[in-house]
Design a protein around this ligand. Sequence first.
Ligand SMILES: NC(=O)C1=CN([C@@H]2O[C@H](COP(=O)(O)OP(=O)(O)OC[C@H]3O[C@@H](n4cnc5c(N)ncnc54)[C@H](O)[C@@H]3O)[C@@H](O)[C@H]2O)C=CC1
Ligand SMILES: Nc1nc(=O)c2c([nH]1)NC[C@@H]1CN(c3ccc(C(=O)N[C@@H](CCC(=O)O)C(=O)O)cc3)CN21
Length: 295
Amino acid sequence: MRMSRDILSKFADGHKVFSVEFFPPKTEEGARQILRTAHALKAHEPDFVSITYGAGGSSRERTIEYGELLRDLFGFEVMPHLTCVGHSRDELTSILERFQESDFHNIMTLRGDPPKGQTSFEPHPDGLRYASDLVAFIKERFPNFCLGVGGYPEKHPEAMDMDTDLANLQTKVNAGADFITTQLFFNNADYFTFVERCRGLGIEVPILPGVMPAMSFDQVNRFCGFCGARVPRELAAKLECVKDDPEASEAVGVEWALQQIRGLLDRGAPGVHLYIMNRSGAAIALMEKLRAAKV
Ligand SMILES: NC(=O)C1=CN([C@@H]2O[C@H](COP(=O)(O)OP(=O)(O)OC[C@H]3O[C@@H](n4cnc5c(N)ncnc54)[C@H](O)[C@@H]3O)[C@@H](O)[C@H]2O)C=CC1
Ligand SMILES: Nc1nc(=O)c2c([nH]1)NC[C@@H]1CN(c3ccc(C(=O)N[C@@H](CCC(=O)O)C(=O)O)cc3)CN21
């Protein structure tokens, strides 16, 4: 079973998919951190790992480099991200050729955030404007890739309203997206309402919920400000109480994420995608508890 390298096939038979997101490091210390975390995670056998492309200003060249390392050193099924930001169609084609040569089978297909200092997304003059355009572009030229796309349980910050955002998500799926990974959220009700609305529109692909163990009061507020997720008052209050204690903050974040994940799996979510920011502590604590829940 599950011999196929397509992530979509990993959702078959009710298997709960566990995955982890990395970003390519910029410094030597960052390099040691990602490798240590990957090493520690290996024993927990994630179904796949993804690696971001330019997120938070990180190096785009290193996405392939670290993607290959994660695959070759640790045997992970790696899903590189690709964004439309700053690329012409020809550049996108050559990156996709490199993905193919590097034997990646899955791509997280995104529009991407506006570069730092810009408030709105400007497509390259010969580039693509929406993730749905990139999905169609890839499916036409490289039909063998399995494609993930982003979904927004609390709405993408730029979208006018939820109906519009869901219609745009439907366009991505109709263009050929194989599964959805959600933006991080802290309130499971947002995810379940989102899934229900997607199903109501006829979006049938798996919707993998994205969970981030909060690291600290400041980190979670900064992060959520940028990605549009809401921090529940209860979580903010718990983190604020231990503001100056990194270990206690991490413990609060892990406990919240654990409750979230239990609630998600109990109510039928197909697995969970962990935003761990290359850090091993919270990831390992969660994976250990989750192994028991794995079916
Ligand atoms: N760099 C990375 O690795 C990662 C980046 N992200 C970020 O997630 C955010 C958005 O990316 P995506 O979800 O891929 O973008 P998207 O293109 O699907 O959506 C972006 C906005 O455009 C609207 N939209 C989408 N398709 C449309 C269409 N066909 N017609 C009209 N409007 C449309 C959406 O409602 C949304 O408001 C960015 O902020 C992205 O960078 C998320 C995860 C990782
Ligand atoms: N709007 C949006 N953009 C994203 O890029 C994104 C999301 N949402 N949601 C979930 C994940 C989280 N991602 C991110 C976001 C920021 C960094 C970042 O700031 N990285 C810094 C280091 C941060 C640290 O070590 O704490 C870097 O230097 O790359 C990385 C990945 C990618 N994803």
